[in-house]
Design a protein around this ligand. Sequence first.
Ligand code: FES
Ligand SMILES: [Fe+2]
Length: 384
Amino acid sequence: MQKSLPEIYQQSASAGADQAHCLPFAVYHDAEIFALEVAQLFHNDWVFACAEAKLSEPGDYFALDIAGEPVALLRGRDGELRGLSNICRHRGTSLLDDGFGRIEKNIVCPYHAWTYGDNGDLKGVPFDSDNQVDKDRHCLPHFAVACWQGLVFINLAEKPRPFSERVKGLDDYLALFDLSRYRHGYHAEAEHWNANWKLALENGMESYHLFKVHKETLEPMTPSKQAYYVAGSSEWTLTGGAMKDNRSKVVKWLSGSYPEAYNHYLLLSLPPSLVMVITYEGVDWIQVLPDGPEQCRVIPGGLTEKPVASFDSPEFQFTASFLAEDQAICERVQRGMHATKGQGGKLVEMEQILVDFRHYLANRLFASPPAPFSQTEAAQLFLK
Ligand code: FES
Ligand SMILES: [Fe+2]
């Protein structure tokens, strides 16, 4: 009997490194697979939202769409950061505009002005003097929120797995870089790519393509051949790489001796939505959110020591140019995903990080056993 697409997907995603191939092309455009991924990953696992530094004052909020679900992260006047549904309980109008902002005191619906407190409680209903609306039954649903290393994550599941399980063991590798030094966050406008979210995320993870796609941008600084696997499992993966000609730059900033790790970058992959690069200089990420089986949003952002001007400023020109190269190649791959005669090939050793990602997919989508943790000798460079 012919196997169904979910069966083929599970089998492919569960393969070990020796056997790992490109996933079946159809999982990069099939509507049912997409619906399964939204339900099991984006609406049921920890999804990266933004830098915590951007939500430091009471009333600060960040509203975003997570695979069709409008949510808002809001710092209450009591200091608590909450994840709230961003949809009015009256007739479903979205409440806060997408992006960052600050509310004065309450959330007021732009349609009939139902008014919610900064904790999501319904406080006022205009023209309801006989109290037909039971306010206690019309509060905004809450979602779990976790803050880690200056980053905010949200989970839409009713009973989320503890966030600590997602990042277990990771802090040890990041300690040398001391991310608490980066007290400011930047968050660029979303770019809309005509590519399945997995293509954008996989492309962000692997350093195999740098020498070809980013020949004149990233490759001269962070060559493909100097990238290596550090540690990982189906929960997260770290790769690293030597930064060419970085030594003189770092020496300028630091007096005396400094760890060799400062001449390297660490790349963290935390599916389903975050790939970030950590260096002594700062943190830069791409956040990937799906907008349909063949569309996604890619949002560049990061953490810095000093406040940064807008993403349009010249200092981000370089990031914008290599992301344009990534967009072009991912959209080109997407066009190939409808092919029926050819199929994808074997992954090479440099793509071990993609094997971990596949194991994450197999575990969350099909309850395949999680992949065990593994670590290479390169890990010693980063462990204090
Ligand atoms: S939809 Fe929000 S008040 Fe009517
Ligand atoms: Fe790239």
